[in-house]
Design a protein. Sequence first.
Length: 395
Amino acid sequence: MTGMRDKTPVELELIDRARSLVPRLKARAAKAERDFKVPVETVMEMQALGLFRVLQPKAFGGHEVDPRTFFEIQMTLAEGCMSTAWIYGVIGVHPWQLARYPVEAQRDVWEQGSDTLISSTYMPVAKVTPVEGGYRISGRWGFSSGSEHCSWCFLGGILPADADMPAEHGTFLLPRSDYRIEHNWEVLGLRGTGSHDIVVEDVFVPAHRVQRTNNSTLEATPGRRLNTSPIYAIPFAQVFARAVSTAAIGALQGAINEYCASAAQHVGKHGARTAEDPMAQIAVADALNTVDSLKLVLMRNYAQLLALAEAGEYPDVEMRLQYRYQSSYVTNICAEKVSELLRNMAASGLYDSNPVARIFRDLHQARGHIANNYMAYGRSYGAVQLGLPNPDPFV
């Protein structure tokens, strides 16, 4: 991917730092799966290398670089451990979102330290009561990836209509002292993400820590008056959706790496060499082609989104729907390709200790995220192409 565009020295250095972690991530992947948690030392190393600050504004100690670098880092980390790359994507995208909040909220978080981490769960389940100066909220949210490593959390809810604005999805920012984590993440794959529940019981959230999630106007994203880089003008759904699909591309590459190393040496019980099996050859060629195609689409889409942001233009609904559909399709096609790789490893591929089997579990788990429901987003995109109204209010 180095030939796609010219990267800055900072971007190249950040990608190299991520690459240096891959052997350690591979060595710790089984532990992350057993413990239902990415090891603390892994998160601390990523913090020390500045990886969580890739999209963070320079005004608050961040690198503020092109989102394509962020996603390239995520794909690189996924070659070692998809759970690590998943929480990196989710946690690492939050500085981008916070940069759009009122400056007071940015200070609340980053004056504690530029490496402060935020988790999230955007499902709109909050019970919201407007009060003077903000809102009181309660609720229970699921699937907060990496929450044990974080000291703040973004939580979703429906902001009630008022005199100026209609009811719409909102994101509430809370400190760790205002919520508790209910440990219940016992699942098939992505076990290391520790995507537990978040519980809030009647907590006050000041107005400056609340944002209308999908509203990209300057009035709704006042932090962009300070953080003027065009990266902060990209629509929310276009950024967050990719944060929960792009790890799959790197994970498929990791499975290819493991598969090739194994197949090149493997001789079956009946004396047949896997490397000479035509089905094995097709499986690896097809998987490599898939990785290449998915990367090209990702980079092309972000080149266009950034060009529009730099010109002060907003992508039209057809583009937004197409790009969201393409993002949601990633985990599905990667899961299909890793299934073929695993099938061609025969019985030896079925052991829990086989890294390809772990990636198989992770990729199939990732398909379950609502943002990766490619059939729903495909229908929305197709409906608009057929002249019907856009049925997706969150795009």
